[in-house]
Structures are given as C-alpha cells and as structure tokens.
Design a binder for this molecule. Sequence first.
Ligand code: ZN
Ligand code: ZN
Length: 351
Amino acid sequence: MSTVAAAYALPAPDGAFEKLTIERRELGPHDVLIDVKYAGICHSDIHTARDEWGGTRYPCVPGHEIAGLVAAVGSAVTKYKVGDRVGVGCMVDSCGKCGPCLADEEQYCEVGATMTYNSPVAPEVQPGGYTMGGYATQVVVTENFVVSIPEGIGLDVAAPLLCAGVTLFSPLRHWEAGPGKRVAIIGMGGLGHIGVKIAAAMGAEVTVLSHSLSKQEDGKRFGAHHYYATGDRQTFRELRGRYDLILNTVSADLPLDDYMRLLNLDGTLVILGLPENPLSVKPFTLAGYRRSLSGSMIGGIAQTQEMLDFCAQHGIGAEIELISADEIDNAYDRVVASDVRYRFVIDAATI
Ligand SMILES: [Zn+2]
Ligand SMILES: [Zn+2]
C-alpha cells in the first residue's frame, strides 16, 4: 500500500509554496518509511525550486536535510526498526556498482546518483516520475541511503548536518584537518558555521574569513581561534602563506588569487560554494608554494554516518531558526539576503 503524504511544493519558478498531497511508493523489501520531523532549508533548495539551475520539474518539493523517525520497514530491512531516529541527505540511491559507489563515494557515482528531489525516476520509485524531497510528512527511502541519528543530537539541529554538515566534514577529513593543521573557512553562513565547529572539534587551528566582523562573537563561540574581516585589505597581507587548507563556502565570485596566496606549501583551497562564473587564478599563484585548487561535493553515505557519530560525540548541532511550513517563502527570501543565523529548519508537524 502506498502512503499519501502532505507536502509543501512550489508550483512554478516564481510561485509561492502551496500545500498539496503526494503519493509515496509502496514499501519494497529494502524500503524504510520515515515520518519526517524536521527538514532543513539549503540554498540548493532555493536554486532548484526557483529553477535557477534549469531543469526543475513542477510541482517541486525540495528538502534534502531530513530528520525523522522510522514508521515502517520493508520485509528485508535489517538496519532499522520502527521508532529509530534516522536521517536522509542529498541522495536516495545510486548504481552501487561503479568505482565511486564501491569506494563509498556515491555522490560521484558514474551513472549519476539519484538525488533526493528533482531526479528522474521510474513511476514505481516515486509516483509522478521524479523524486520529491523532505518538505513533507513522510518519505520512503531504501535502507542503504538512510543514516542513523545518534541519541546525542536533537533531530532539529541534526537535520542541517545531512547536507551542510557532511559538505564540510568530507573535505576536512579528506585533507586531514586535525592537530597541527591551520584551516581557514571563508564565509560563516549555513555551511561555514558547521565547518568551524567540526574543524575545531577535529583539533585544527581554525580561522574564519568573513566579509566583516559582525559574527565574530558567534565564530569564537563555535570554536574559531581567529576571525578576520576580508573587507580589510590588511587581512590578506597579514595572513599570507599561513594555511594548510582553506574551505570556500561562499557562492559569490571572489578574488581567488588573494585567497590562494594565504596558503602555505602544498596547501589546498577547496571550492564548496558554487558560483556560476568560471574561476580565474594566476598560474604563478599555483606554482608558488605548489598550491592546489580543488572542489568537493557533499559526502558518501558511510561518511555521512561517520559525521553524525562524530557530531554526537562532540556535541555538535547546527544553529537553527525553527519555522512553520507557511513561512518557507519568507525564509527563502531571508536566505538569499544572508539574513539567517544560521540555518532554517521546517517543523514538519506544521505541514
Ligand atoms: Zn544542500
Ligand atoms: Zn555508481
């Protein structure tokens, strides 16, 4: 028997969110039915819902930072039982056979992972023929793409970890942030603030590079050791050659050479925010100190679980503003205006 869920959807790129009912597929042997409790609002939700990246299917139900409780399981499910605290992030399936999938890096699946919303799928996977996300009362996901949320984290503050958390955790692990490493994080918004907490908990020396010092108190409270304003040219002179790793969470165009020159020998600047324009950096900037420019996209399912366990162990959750479902339009406008501290989370009880 399929499940009828209530959801909030955008009917068109320039519309307002409307409540509607959607159908979730009948549980297959490996499926988990989740009662959604909280859904975070990620900037990608906005880009997709408003068709800023093209290819959006309507009605569009965004949401890939999902935290909830297991309501039912398929006959062959072994990992979860009814009542378990669980999460779903940006992906709900992948081929499972290619190199990246076998290396637990499903986000780089060669066939293309099935994303939590707006991905084309067979009608038996999601009635309607494309995935619909977490701004809904229920979701059905195959057990291998469901992660466990440890008791140590509230479901509300855990929700944003499913995308924002792993987006920061993955490069911090990959480039081995830890004691003796100097890490700088550009931007302290929804992504950056979680990166500060995680990098500090890993034992790295953490610097925030923010346009102004307006969030400095928060940054220090989240664990940053240093906080600099990039609106002040002196910052770039003072910090030249200092960092092993710089994570750029800002999706606006930045003077990349200025930031790359803050790297030390073999340092890497990792692009996490995705501006539309091509990047430009002078070859001399890369050659000096053998610097690298790289990018990183979310993280695999195993690493998402590792991140949640790490966050529970270190008492890390996102800083959130809890909203009701009828406030989504306003929240979107505030995210676009960078007016949120630091992540909006929808209380699914209001859907
Ligand atoms: Zn996201
Ligand atoms: Zn694959």
